[in-house]
Design a protein around this ligand. Structure first.
Ligand code: ATP
Length: 235
């Protein structure tokens, strides 16, 4: 098992955003967490990354607890998060943004090697290396955010709403790239409001509602669940 989240609760002051959830990711999987606005999806990702601490529960990565590990160490161990809303550095060039993703590494050769791999997934970034991040289109900014996340050469990539704000044709392109990154060996935890797209590439899914998992199963089972069809697939 690559990642095991065991009954975590996470609060912002008096607000209980995550109320005891458990799930796991096997090596090589794409697992998706779907749910409405405010369900606790981003909070869950930020807790795995070490940016928030659970009040109870444990998170195991490759069998070791990372519940008290620093965010920087967690990146070094192989978990990288691509945040909601991209959060690229608008004033820095594409190359500089990518280099920020390698901040935990210092082997120049390996960093260049990772950059070449990013270019093979996102050839458009290579064409725009000297351009400032803020001048890229929304789709390109998402590619840059994902490229930056890959620069630490993660075993597990946490993606928070990669389709947000993108035109449908770009959503298709981004999801194709996610599937390809996975096929090349990176396991993925995908948070999405676009349940249809997420379920189309995931192997398993968990449905989160107000901080609790209300349904889990293979992506196929979840896709055919009547509650999911009505609440998340617009039927
Ligand atoms: P979204 O897609 O809108 O990000 P989400 O499923 O990712 O939704 P979270 O962002 O994890 O949901 O939010 C879960 C709950 O925690 C919500 O009730 C939200 O209002 C609350 N919350 C999130 N961030 C904070 C914060 N920094 N301070 C206080 N409450 C917060």
């Amino acid at each position: 098992m690559l990642l095991q989240v065991d009954d975590i609760r996470v609060a912002y002051g008096a607000i209980q955003a995550v109320q005891g959830i458990s799930f796991h990711i096997e090596q090589g999987e794409i697992v998706t967490l779907i749910g409405a606005n405010g369900a606790g999806k981003s909070t869950t990702l930020r807790t795995i990354s070490g940016l928030l601490r659970p009040t109870t529960g444990d998170i195991l990565y490759q069998g070791k607890s990372i519940t008290k590990t620093s965010p920087e160490r967690i990146v070094k161990m192989g978990i990288s998060q691509v945040p909601e809303g991209r959060q690229i550095f608008a004033g820095l060039t594409v190359r500089e943004n990518l280099e920020m993703g390698a901040y935990t590494r210092n082997d120049r050769k390996e960093i260049e090697h990772s950059m070449e791999r990013v270019f093979s997934s996102f050839p458009r970034l290579k064409e725009r290396l000297k351009q400032r991040g803020g001048t890229l289109s929304g789709g390109e900014q998402q590619m840059l955010a994902m490229g930056r996340g890959l620069m630490s050469s993660p075993a597990l990539l946490l993606l928070d709403e990669p389709s947000m704000g993108l035109a449908p044709i770009l959503v298709d392109e981004i999801f194709d790239i996610i599937a390809r990154i996975n096929a090349e060996g990176t396991s993925i935890l995908l948070v999405e409001q676009n349940a249809a797209m997420a379920l189309s590439i995931a192997s398993r899914a968990y449905v989160l509602e107000t901080g609790r998992i209300v349904l889990e199963g293979s992506a196929n089972e979840v896709m055919h669940n009547p509650m999911v069809r009505q609440a998340y697939l617009g039927e």
